[in-house]
Design a protein around this ligand. Structure first.
Ligand code: PMP
Length: 413
């Protein structure tokens, strides 16, 4: 029996906040290990929706009535919560988006179109999620920019020497993830930012898998842009964050036009735009979702991010040791610095079949390419199984997963 008692996380108490964890799947208690895809939502966050729609549902910013004021205050209050969560300097550096994907597309279409031209280079990595690949590919074909790719070694660690070789005077942007969703590798983004800045390049960090699992300090990293999603950090879907340094956001053109993002609109003189961050928030945003995201980040603060990181690291260790004994199982992603992601393949057993059969035991893991096809193909596979951990997972759940996996693999071979 794994002993986690030296860690102060009261996991039974944490679990009581998540109503969904009481449900059964195929007659078995749910063991939810698909947290890298989306995390479950505590009741405190769910309750925000109830309170909002019962109490103060109104469009923000434009109203002079009480409900609009209350909604605006809660919405803008969340900007401050997010600022503090990632230690940004100013709340106006926080732009609300639909998620990480939209945040990256915003940078590509606004900063990218204004700053990139033929022959300019965008340096990404082999570890990227498709959402930090495809926006640059779309731009490349239009603007004639060149995408270069930092390779990984056999552990799934980015080759820092290759990074320093690839970066040059034509590099305008480095766009890398903080933590890989497919392998869990934690990248040395502060050091990578230092190298980027030495070469006069900007750095965009995809923090979708970091923000839920470790303390993020965008000023310590010296990130120019940092993106993450609400639904992976105990918040709702439909909302995410782009952090950008104020001077960069100020210089960037709008990327979507509409209400909220203007100062004046005229047919006679040029339309003028609102100050940041509103310049980048055209139309009615996901008001309840943003407010709920704020509650989710507060919830993380109440538990304690350091404690969550330590707990998940122990779950990962326990799971990695557990699956090691399964004959023919190979873990992909063995970086020394890893977040709570366990990706693996098993000789003679298709990942999809493992996923389907283990679901019958109530265990939810993800199988497939994890939106990281270039990474998987360089490891000679087109799919893996992935178990990923959150604050509410327990060592007992890891045991159920490992025993289930043993059974399933036995059935498939
Ligand atoms: N980047 C990484 C590393 C991710 O894991 C994900 C989600 N799997 C994304 C980007 C995209 O996030 P979203 O779908 O919330 O926009």
């Amino acid at each position: 029996m794994a002993d986690f008692s030296d860690l102060l996380l009261d996991v039974a108490r944490v679990r009581r906040d998540f109503p969904i964890l009481d449900r059964e799947v195929h007659g078995k208690p749910l063991v939810y290990l698909d947290n890298a895809a989306t995390s479950q939502t505590p009741r405190q966050v769910i309750e925000v929706f109830d309170a909002y729609y019962r109490g103060y549902n109104a469009n923000i910013h434009r109203g002079l009535h009480t409900l609009a004021d209350e909604a605006t205050a809660a919405f803008e209050g969340t900007r401050e919560t997010v600022r503090a969560f990632i230690n940004a300097g100013e709340a106006r550096e926080i732009v609300f988006t639909r998620g990480t994907t939209e945040a990256i597309n915003l940078v590509a279409n606004s900063w990218g179109r204004a700053n990139l031209g033929p022959g300019d280079e965008v340096l990404i990595s082999r570890l990227e999620h498709h959402s930090n690949i495809v926006p640059w590919q779309l731009l490349a074909s239009e603007l004639g920019i060149v995408i270069k790719v930092i390779p990984v070694d056999e552990r799934g660690v980015l080759d820092q020497a290759a990074y320093r070789d690839l970066i040059g005077e034509r590099t305008k942007l480095v766009a890398v993830n903080h933590v890989s969703n497919a392998f869990g590798t934690i990248n040395p983004v502060a050091e990578m930012a230092r190298v980027a800045h030495e070469h006069g390049a900007r750095i965009l960090i995809d923090g979708a898998q970091a923000a839920p699992h470790q303390r993020v300090d965008v000023r310590d990293i010296d990130a120019d842009f940092y993106a993450f999603s609400g639904h992976k950090v105990y918040g709702p879907t439909g909302v995410g964050v782009l952090y950008g340094k104020a001077e960069l956001l100020e210089a960037m053109p709008p990327w979507q036009g509409g209400g909220e993002m203007i100062k004046t609109v005229s047919f006679e003189t040029p339309t003028t735009f609102a100050a940041i961050p509103h310049k980048f928030e055209a139309g009615t945003p996901a008001i309840a979702e943003v407010i709920a995201l704020g509650r989710a980040l507060q919830w993380v603060g109440e538990i304690g991010m350091e404690l969550i990181s330590a707990w998940e690291a122990r779950l990962l260790q326990h799971a990695s040791e557990g699956v090691e004994t399964i004959d023919g199982l190979r873990i992909l992603g063995t970086a020394p610095d890893k977040a709570g992601v366990l990706s693996f393949v098993v000789d003679g057993a298709h990942s999809q079949d493992i996923g389907l059969l283990i679901d019958q035991l109530g265990v939810a893991i993800r199988t497939g390419h994890h939106c990281a096809q270039p990474l998987l193909s360089s490891f000679g596979v087109d799919a893996t199984c992935r178990a990923s951990f959150a604050a509410y997972n327990t060592p007992e759940e890891v045991d159920i997963f490992v025993e289930g996996l043993e059974r399933v693999v036995g059935m498939l071979r």
